[in-house]
Write a protein of this length. Sequence first.
Length: 400
Amino acid sequence: MQAKYDIIIVGGGMAGSCLALALANTSLRIAVIEAAPLSRKQNDDAGKRAIALSWGSRCLLKQLNVWNELQEAGAVVIKQIHISDQGGFGKTRLSAAEQKVEALGYVVEAVKIEAALSEKLASLDVDMICPAELLTYTVSSEGVEVTIKQGNEESSLFCRLIVGADGGQSVVASLAGLERCEQAYNQQAITALIQTESEQQQIAYERFTPEGPIAMLPHVTGAYSLVWAMPPTQAKEIMALSNEAFASALQAGFGHWLGGLSIDGPRQCFPLNLSYVRHPISDRVVLIGNAAQQLHPIAGQGFNLGLRDAALLADVVRTKWGEVAVNEILKVYADRRKVDKHLIVGFTDKLVKTFSTNHGGVSFIRNSGLLLIDKLPVLKNQLAIQAMGLATRLARLNKG
Ligand SMILES: Cc1cc2nc3c(=O)[nH]c(=O)nc-3n(C[C@H](O)[C@H](O)[C@H](O)COP(=O)(O)OP(=O)(O)OC[C@H]3O[C@@H](n4cnc5c(N)ncnc54)[C@H](O)[C@@H]3O)c2cc1C
């Protein structure tokens, strides 16, 4: 017999799992369809990328009852963010003390977030269908017929609403005909763990160079987690360097803020682009997380934004389900999400473009800008609020 659900979430990555958690313990019947089992993700080096969680994300993860698990898994506190420009005079420092918060954010490995979410989901009333892949779906006035593949078997499910949380190559988006705006940055990101001569000080570093930005995030091991963006040809050369040559190339770009740098572990390389869907809803279909927008990691905003998608969608569904039609719920969601998405997509895009060039007077202007931010508390607060993920009101996921 065909299984029937209220909501099927395609993709049990970080965004999809957060949505499922936020909707568990309601009267709604929820299923998550996920192609890759957690054990496969845990063996994938990409899962080791460090995710900077904003203060706002920490508040949402606390409401989802997974924050304690993430702290136990080794969330590293960010007390300061240090922003500088290679070869320039401008720099600024954001601090938790100035903002009167415990932390500006935290750093946790992606795979640890996925593991904590998946463990919590396993204890709740959500059907996790994994490994299983979405093949296709058709929408009618009654609902959505969803065809999935498990091994060699195809089967069909039914739901009232389908959520695409299936990442940057979203099948849900393309089946709905939701057009993606794509912009290549001509940059790739190299990630690795870097040992530093200076002891870790709960400071995250963002260093801009004409080739691309360098982010160094404090890691639970006491090392720093590197995200280093640069043009693809340069990335190929840098990836081929010995550990010693790699460390000295990094030192030349990053400077001596952390003393001498060294590396002895693996490195990964990711292509970088901006890809987003302008209007993330269609008939009984909605996209969240990377399926709706995939950003450059320069400002560490991708998952933070995806989590806010999941939180607001859950909030709107919980308050309006059964009272108004599904498509009305989606319109309310899309309307209320517009400002935050627009702000973050635009902010990240401008940051990449302004800070990855030395053309004309751009270098002087951005250094003056950094200096101005440092001297003007109003601007500094504004930047800190953005970094903390508090520029727009957070959704409320429980009564507390
Ligand atoms: C180097 C790097 C550093 C980053 N740093 C940060 C940071 O500091 N802070 C931050 O907030 N963000 C950061 N990000 C971004 C963050 O990793 C992403 O925004 C986040 O992982 C997106 O989660 P998601 O659940 O939306 O998508 P995904 O993680 O892509 O998950 C999609 C899921 O859908 C499943 N799936 C796909 N297709 C199907 C199908 N047809 N059927 C069933 N399942 C399917 C996949 O298996 C996957 O599990 C970084 C990204 C990179 C590359």
